[in-house]
Design a protein around this ligand. Structure first.
Ligand code: GLO
Length: 583
């Protein structure tokens, strides 16, 4: 079936932190293969593997020096074949991370490009001469072609001494941006993608894919107050040729291999209008996109390292606005027609742990909080993504000083701000909340040393709560976070109303209840599924003045409207439990 992914749940593996098979302290591909029965027990349909390609590991593999090889840190191509085979044997699929906005500066293409201004691959990257500034030597800070900052601090341009030009890098200096205007670049990328699909992979998660079409000429962008650089964001996202490039990719790579493929584009700054263009089935670009509005609600005016508490009503209504915008529409002649599709996620390798960010990670509350968040997300329409450890209710970790961090984003930010005169202690107090390293601590398999992740020294410390939160104490244990995820995943497979039913957010303004009604017209009449989630500590008032029933009645919904509905989660009741609605 072409759109099998509408009933699917995806599980993301960040290979260096999943499972270490050889005791070097880094997770690896044989480690993943050794845990396939665990993933099978959870019931997920797809594994999305973060980059395991050959890489200098400047950005933990998002800097690729050979797309058609596996980094020795993670194993070999044969290990990869074994992983694919093991997944396929169990009826699961593998989606690879596709990082083609940029390569590593150690990729053969870039090495050749920087070898001379007349190199045949020079134009595969984005080069510019220095800006002429009175009193400054070309290449000196201040002579960059535009005022843009990189996502990982510092300017977005690096000077190449040998050839006397700058190259663009929206991420680290070791991640030069490819020039997608050049048709040879596109051909090389499509050939590489086809090579993987023909080797057995089932699709791609595409890293910052809406950055590949830049708006030319590249020009300075406005600089916010207190900012060192202009963001350049508007000049690089959703650029003028983006749809042309993605349609071409679809034509060249996906259309000839129909049926099994899943494509998801990671797209910072994507709007609902644009998402319809990217994911509209008739347009043949991508199956779905990752958007960032809901996680962005945790960013303050100074960005992710200036965190603010997330407002529940804002969070509910934001997710609901995506549900509404991408909902199917009536088809001429009857029935409904899909117009786009949502990806659903709380967590990934770039986000802190959801139970710490959106929930309550106090030891007395974190289990029910993790389950409540899971029920909420899985009650939405779209394809849910589970990030490794989320199914165990893993929390943010504890950082004591800058030496505990491993991520270049956090480390560069700290040094840049200290150099600008910010107070180091204040920075260290703010960084733990949203640092990407929270997601990258090893998966907690058991209460053994290093949480059973490795027999060696882990590359990043295990979170201190691994003795209480681990897989060994949850798999097969009633009431655990793991069993809750397993039940939710099974429900999506079994209940069309959960996968495909229309979505309605009820009592949107209620300050502590999250209420979702899903409805589907089936051959046997209307099916309904109701989620009532209590958010926050304390008891949710149901009846009486100011109670939830009153709020729902005020929206014209009487108890009878949902009395036949399945109730996913009731106030204070953590179990997935079909039952009758309120009476
Ligand atoms: C998010 C990516 C992130 C990478 C970046 C550069 O945008 O998932 O982890 O660091 O894109 O490839």
């Amino acid at each position: 079936q072409e759109d099998w992914w509408r009933h699917a749940v995806v599980y993301q593996v960040y290979p260096r932190s999943f499972a270490d098979s050889n005791g070097d302290g880094y997770g690896d591909i044989p480690g993943i293969t050794s845990r396939l029965d665990y993933l099978d027990a959870l019931g997920v349909d797809v594994v999305w593997l973060s980059p395991a390609y050959r890489s200098p590991q400047d950005d933990n593999g998002y800097d690729i020096s050979d797309y058609q090889d596996i980094d020795p840190l993670f194993g070999t191509l044969e290990d990869m074949d074994a992983l694919i085979a093991g997944l396929h044997e169990r009826g699961m699929r593998l989606v690879m991370d596709l990082v083609v906005n940029h390569t590593s500066d150690e990729h053969a293409w870039f090495v050749e490009a920087r070898s001379s201004r007349t190199s045949a691959k020079r134009d595969w990257y984005i080069w510019r001469p220095a800006r002429q500034v009175e009193g400054l030597a070309p290449g000196a800070p201040g002579t960059e072609p535009t005022n843009w900052g990189s996502a990982f601090s510092g300017p977005a341009w690096a000077w190449d001494e040998a050839t006397g030009e700058f190259y663009l890098h929206l991420f680290s200096t070791k991640q030069p941006d490819l020039n997608w205007e050049n048709p040879e670049v596109r051909r090389a990328v499509y050939d590489m993608m086809a090579w993987w699909l023909d080797r057995g992979v089932d699709g791609f998660r595409m890293d910052v894919i809406n950055f590949i079409s830049k708006t030319y000429p590249l020009a300075d962008s406005p600089r916010g107050e207190g900012q060192l650089y202009g963001s350049g964001f508007d000049a690089v996202v959703n650029g003028p040729r983006i749809h042309e490039f993605l349609a071409e990719m679809h034509r060249e790579v996906f259309a000839p291999r129909p049926g099994h493929i899943l494509t998801v584009g990671e797209m910072p700054g994507v709007s609902t209008e644009q998402a319809l263009l990217y994911t509209g089935p008739q347009r043949a670009e991508l199956d779905m996109v990752f958007q960032f509005e809901h996680v962005g609600l945790a960013d303050g005016p100074g960005g992710k390292f200036d965190p603010v508490p997330v407002d529940l009503v804002a969070l509910k209504t934001n997710l609901a606005s995506w549900q509404e915008a991408l909902a199917p529409a009536p088809r001429e002649g009857g029935g409904l027609e899909e117009r786009g599709w949502n990806s659903l996620y709380w967590d990934n390798h770039d986000q802190p742990r959801a139970v710490s960010r959106f929930g309550d990670d106090d030891p007395a509350w974190r289990r029910i909080s993790a389950k409540t968040l899971a029920s909420i997300l899985h009650a939405h329409r779209g394809t849910p993504y589970v990030y490794q450890g989320e199914e165990l209710g893993m929390t943010n970790t504890v950082f004591t000083g800058i030496e505990d961090y491993r991520d270049l984003e956090s480390i560069n930010h700290f040094h840049e701000r200290v150099e600008q005169g910010d107070d180091p202690d204040a920075l260290l107090a703010a960084m733990p909340v949203n640092s990407r390293d929270n997601a990258r601590t090893p998966v907690q398999w058991s209460d053994a040393e290093h949480a059973g992740f490795t027999t060696g020294e882990p590359w990043i410390a295990v979170a201190p709560n691994y003795r209480e939160i681990n897989a060994a104490s949850q798999v097969g244990v009633a009431g655990s976070v793991f069993e809750h995820y397993r039940a939710l995943i099974a429900l999506r497979h079994d209940e069309d109303v959960l996968a495909l039913g229309a979505f309605r957010l009820l009592a949107a303004d209620h300050p502590s209840a999250w209420v979702v009604l899903r409805e589907l017209e089936g051959p046997g009449g209307a099916e309904q599924l109701l989620l009532i989630a209590q958010c926050g500590r304390g008891d949710l008032a149901l009846s009486g003045a100011g109670g939830l029933w009153e709020a729902l009645a005020a929206e014209g919904l009487e108890a009878g409207d949902w009395s036949g509905a399945e109730v996913l989660l009731r106030a204070g009741d953590p179990e997935v439990r079909p039952g009758s609605g309120p009476t």
